[in-house]
Design a protein around this ligand. Structure first.
Ligand code: ZN
Length: 167
């Protein structure tokens, strides 16, 4: 089955590319990267007879399109919010940072590898040949003190006192 990659950055003049040029010719690679950024990239296996690659000028239907293995580096970012008790913001940050240094994320990395390959397959039918979650970095943000929890009953009581003292 052939494959056509089309940049629709200028909708009146779509630029078609064959998969060989898309991988090997700077002109095609650059245009497809811009189209991807702009959200105007179309990839399809339904190729019309007359559709020509705008670089090599071959009919795209005649260009062989075989699957190959590609390796992609991926960065996933999770943000976490942690609440803990400490005597100062600095000690809260310091304690958390040193605890994180001492923790092993091996199990979490294994779990993430499993989740990624299962979910990518389930949602997009992507066959993952291999996947390895390698690095786990952490960055501890600034600790802000959170006001103690006040229940509605306590609030009413304080209100009552204020009224009583006329403040
Ligand atoms: Zn081509």
């Amino acid at each position: 089955m052939p494959q056509r990659l089309t940049s629709l950055r200028n909708p009146n003049y779509p630029r078609h590319f064959c998969p060989e040029c898309a991988d090997g010719r700077t002109e095609a690679t650059a245009e497809l990267a811009l189209a991807y950024e702009a959200g105007s990239l179309e990839i399809t296996n339904e190729v019309e007879e007359e559709e020509q690659c705008s670089v090599c000028l071959r009919p795209i239907a005649d260009v062989p399109a075989d699957e190959r293995s590609y390796q992609i580096e991926l960065q996933l970012t999770f943000s976490c919010t942690v609440e803990l008790n400490a005597k100062s913001a600095t000690s809260a940050e310091y304690t958390l940072a040193s605890a994180l240094d001492a923790i092993s994320f091996d199990k979490a990395q294994d779990g993430l590898e499993r989740t990624l390959s299962e979910q990518l397959h389930e949602t997009e039918q992507i066959e993952i040949e291999s996947i390895s979650v390698d690095d786990c970095e952490h960055e501890v943000g600034e600790a802000r003190s959170i006001p103690p929890f006040v229940s509605p009953t306590q609030e009413r009581f304080v209100e009552h006192l204020r009224n009583f003292w006329g403040k």
